[in-house]
Write a protein that binds this ligand. Structure first.
Ligand code: FAD
Length: 483
């Protein structure tokens, strides 16, 4: 049901079994999953049903060394502060993390305390919530009008897929389910401003909520922070919770994208790899990309990554160099491909969110975001580019010009996915992570975190499908733990 905050008296205390803070992809998925659990759920959303400039301004922060000139307002523009959260303008690209993304990869600082197998069930639920029906195997396309590239056995490249949600706006799609649920109370214009812990700091007793003209308190058996990857860190830093090992806010990651790669390819059809780029997403629920195999990642200690191919160029746009290098490829058969590379970021403790002295209109310190790429990033990008070019040539599929991924060109071509990952990372060992495998903050018995801030590694997949899967899994855990 929808609760009007103007009906909550100033200074009142509201009680619930589970209090979920933030109604974006994570918070909505969690509250919706719990709506039939028998638990009383309170879902607090800082914004209203519509966007609002004053509310959005609460996301202002400082970006240190923006990765491109237009990115200095990234803290404000890469997320949305109203019901539905950032799904109000997400693009709908979906892909689960790969099994090896979860595994122990020492060159990526370790692995997850959760395996991909444990997430299979939650991923199936998440696919339905985002509205996709994945094709899971490249072989499904063999013999079709849109075949996968004929990469030979033993190639260090393979076809992988993204799937496209329409894109589903969680606020619109699930508002009715939440408002109609008897055991869920949704309160809009309810911004959490403080967490209050027990004297020994092992338990959250209550939190403070600011609504227009009033301040009130929530007491609950369990609290879930689901305010997005930047804000989850901000809230824990403000509360000074979960930070015994100086990990909150560290390891911030987004997906660096490198544009401007060019290739001349002889493939008869690249339709499987480019339909999204041509805007025919309705007819195209899946799009192929060319990914580094798990094996080459392991052998060469490389992060995950994939190449996107777009063949809507004229061959002449490639420049004489690339076409000439295509050598024996018949001129008429050459397809000009503009490629970009989505890199898995390497976790880096120096990439971080901290607090500024400056405060927002609610009195909370603003954030300072210093997104830094791990020093090994450039070498790994250059190596991925070499592998791409070499394997295309070896397979007789074409020639690639990959200079954009080499040192001198890198900063110019760098882009970001608006994905906020890693700032409350998950680890079994409390000295290595902020939350445990259930997403509970280490050392605090009733505080949980939902969202991509818990990912210890990022894969190359966009994060939302995994955010939703983890929220579903957390809902099931809470139902079991609290019932
Ligand atoms: C332009 C763009 C395109 C994107 N495209 C894709 C894509 O194609 N695929 C993909 O996987 N991801 C994409 N993303 C990222 C995706 O939107 C996020 O991963 C996802 O929305 C994060 O979900 P969340 O619930 O963690 O956070 P959010 O969706 O940001 O929700 C957080 C919620 O918490 C609320 N909140 C914040 N602070 C408080 C507070 N103090 N008290 C109460 N409530 C609070 C906010 O108002 C908001 O509703 C894109 C992002 C952008 C910006």
């Amino acid at each position: 049901m929808l609760v009007d905050p103007s009906g909550i008296p100033d200074g009142a205390t509201v009680r619930a079994d589970v209090c979920v803070v933030g109604a974006g992809a994570a918070g909505i998925s969690l509250a919706r999953r719990l709506r039939t659990s028998g638990l009383d759920v309170l879902l607090l959303e800082a914004g209203g049903f519509e966007p609002d400039a004053a509310g959005q301004a609460l996301y202002d922060g400082e970006m240190v060394e923006p990765f491109k000139r237009s990115a200095d307002d990234y803290p404000r523009t890469s997320r949305l502060r109203y019901f539905g959260g950032t799904t109000n303008h997400w693009a709908g690209w979906c892909r689960p993390l790969d099994a090896h993304d979860f595994s122990d990869r020492p060159w990526m600082g370790g692995g997850w305390p959760v395996s991909r197998a444990e997430l299979e069930g939650p991923y199936r639920v998440a696919e339905k919530l985002v509205g996709i029906e994945p094709v899971r195997d490249a072989r499904a396309w063999e013999g079709s009008a849109r075949p996968p590239l004929p990469l030979p056995a033993g190639s260090r490249l393979e076809t992988a897929f993204f799937h496209f949600s329409e894109p589903r706006r969680f606020g619109q799609a699930y508002r009715g389910d939440l408002v109609g649920a008897e055991r869920v109370r949704l309160v809009l214009d309810a911004a959490v401003t403080a967490f209050h812990a027990s004297p020994d700091r092992t338990h959250v007793e209550r939190l403070t909520v600011a609504s227009p003209g009033r301040t009130w308190t929530v007491e609950a058996r369990a609290f879930v922070l689901a305010t997005g990857g930047l804000e989850n860190a901000r809230m824990l830093l403000v509360a000074d919770l979960g930070n015994d090992h100086d990990l909150v806010g560290r390891y911030f990651m987004d997906h660096p994208g490198v544009k401007g790669l060019r290739a001349a390819m002889s493939a008869p059809s690249l339709g499987l790899y480019q339909e999204r780029a041509r805007g025919t997403v309705v007819a195209c629920p899946a799009m192929g990309v060319v990914a580094l195999t798990p094996r080459v990642q392991r052998e060469e200690r490389l992060p995950n990554g994939c190449f996107l191919l777009r063949s809507d160029w004229e061959p002449d746009a490639l420049g004489a160099g690339v076409v000439a290098a295509a050598g024996g490829l018949a001129r008429k058969a050459v397809v000009a491909v503009q490629s970009s590379f989505i890199a898995e970021p390497i976790p880096y403790a120096e990439s971080r969110v901290t607090l500024l002295d400056a405060r927002d209109a609610l009195g909370l310190p603003k954030i300072r975001l210093h997104w830094r790429l791990h020093p090994d990033t450039r070498a790994s990008l250059a190596r991925a580019a070499e592998i791409f070019a070499t394997e295309l040539a070896k397979a007789g599929l074409g020639r690639a010009h990959v200079g954009a991924m080499h040192d001198e060109a890198l900063p110019k071509g760098l882009d970001a996915g608006n994905h906020h990952i890693g700032t409350t990372r998950m680890a079994a060992d409390p000295t290595k992570g902020v939350v445990d495998a259930t997403c509970r903050v280490h050392g605090i018995d009733n505080l949980y975190v939902a969202g991509s801030s818990v990912f210890p590694t990022a894969g190359f997949a966009n994060p939302t499908l995994t955010i939703v899967a983890l929220a579903v899994r957390l809902a099931d855990h809470l139902q079991e733990a609290l019932s």
